[in-house]
Design a binder for this molecule. Structure first.
Ligand code: CUA
Length: 340
């Protein structure tokens, strides 16, 4: 190639590279990182993106240059020159991608290994997923169970994920890490929060009608606030282990994700409203508390009109203690009286 051609090729390459870089850098593709793991994931993302932008710039420069430079003249019907390959260029276009892909693999493998490693003494929190709610069990004596994930900042946390029914997936965008919760096995996820604040845990595996409502609040707080939170939950201020007041059970078991219920302030429409259970019990010819209890434990037995079976979990007789179940029934029954 002549000198002028090479200069033009370089100019097109730089222009394409600048355009692609602007899109890559100025669009906020990623949420603000709030964990050490997310910082590393961001590094892999940008490492890969920079390589891709460079390759994109080179390829598009060659294409643009070729289209302009080798454009056939209007009356030119001759064949192009016969070309028999170019060993030197073939070696280059094989070797360069091989090196780059290997580099991306090595960097990714290192980050994956680091993102699984929390050292010898992480905080362990058990996460239980169930259509359509999350439940968290914190260590200590007695253990605390709540429907909110509260984490101390700067502390490596090992989450053990379980599911009681179908496959769900744990994802807090700002933490980067993501894992399925699979029935029958235990999966784990390592998170080291770096930024205090409120986040949202979303389920990212289509798990049924209430999938889009399967969210939980996540708070990253100081170590002292974390201890204070556990202490207040233990005192029965919230849905601690064994807390059997119905309001806490309603919140922790995630009833409000699917059902509207005035006293709880929920207005979800996945399942039938719980505001007129008295009327439903009357239609069913059952005493109210018996009707409510049976509908929780065996929801397929008597379906509300317009609602399908096998949507509501039928595992509450196992996942709730007898006291919790009684508390929940009482809460729902009392709610009828209040609601009129
Ligand atoms: Cu659980 Cu989607």
């Amino acid at each position: 190639m002549r000198r002028g051609s090479i200069v033009r090729l370089v100019v097109y390459g730089v222009l394409s590279g600048v355009a692609a870089s602007l899109v890559a850098v100025f669009v906020p593709w990623l949420p603000t990182s709030a964990s050490e793991e997310m910082d590393r994931i961001e590094f892999v993302f940008w490492f890969t993106t920079v390589i891709c932008v460079a390759i994109f710039a080179i390829v598009s420069a060659v294409i643009i240059y070729s289209v302009l430079k080798f454009r056939v003249a209007p009356e030119d019907d001759t064949d192009g020159p016969p070309i028999h390959g170019h060993t030197g260029i073939e070696i280059v276009w094989t070797a360069v991608p091989a090196v780059l892909v290997t580099a991306i693999s090595v960097v990714s493998a290192i980050v994956l290994a680091q993102n699984d490693d929390l050292g010898s003494n992480p905080l362990r929190i058990s996460v239980t997923a169930q259509q359509f709610a999350w439940r968290f069990e914190y260590p200590g004596e007695p253990p605390v169970t709540s429907g909110e994930l509260v984490l101390p900042v700067g502390q490596g946390v090992k989450l053990t994920l379980h599911s009681l029914d179908v496959i769900h997936a744990f994802w807090v965008p700002e933490f980067g890490q993501k894992s399925d919760a699979v029935p029958g096995i235990e999966t784990t996820l390592a998170i080291t929060p770096t930024r205090m604040g409120s986040y949202s845990l979303v389920c990212t595996e289509l798990c049924g009608l209430g999938h889009s409502t399967m969210r939980a609040a996540v708070r990253v707080v100081s170590r002292d606030d974390y201890e204070a939170y556990l202490a207040s939950e233990r005192e029965g201020g919230g849905a601690g282990e064994g807390a059997d007041d119905g309001e806490s059970v309603f919140a922790t078991a995630g009833c409000g994700s699917c059902h509207a219920f005035g006293p709880a302030g929920s207005d979800a429409e996945v399942g039938p409203s719980l505001d007129d259970l008295a009327g439903a019990a009357e239609s069913a010819g059952q005493p109210l508390d018996e009707f409510v209890s049976e509908s929780i434990v065996d929801p397929n037995e008597r379906l509300a009109e317009g609602y399908q079976g096998d949507v509501m979990p039928n595992t509450y007789d196992k996942s709730l203690s007898e006291d919790q179940l009684d508390g929940l029934v009482q809460y729902l029954v009392d709610g009828q009286a209040n609601g009129g």
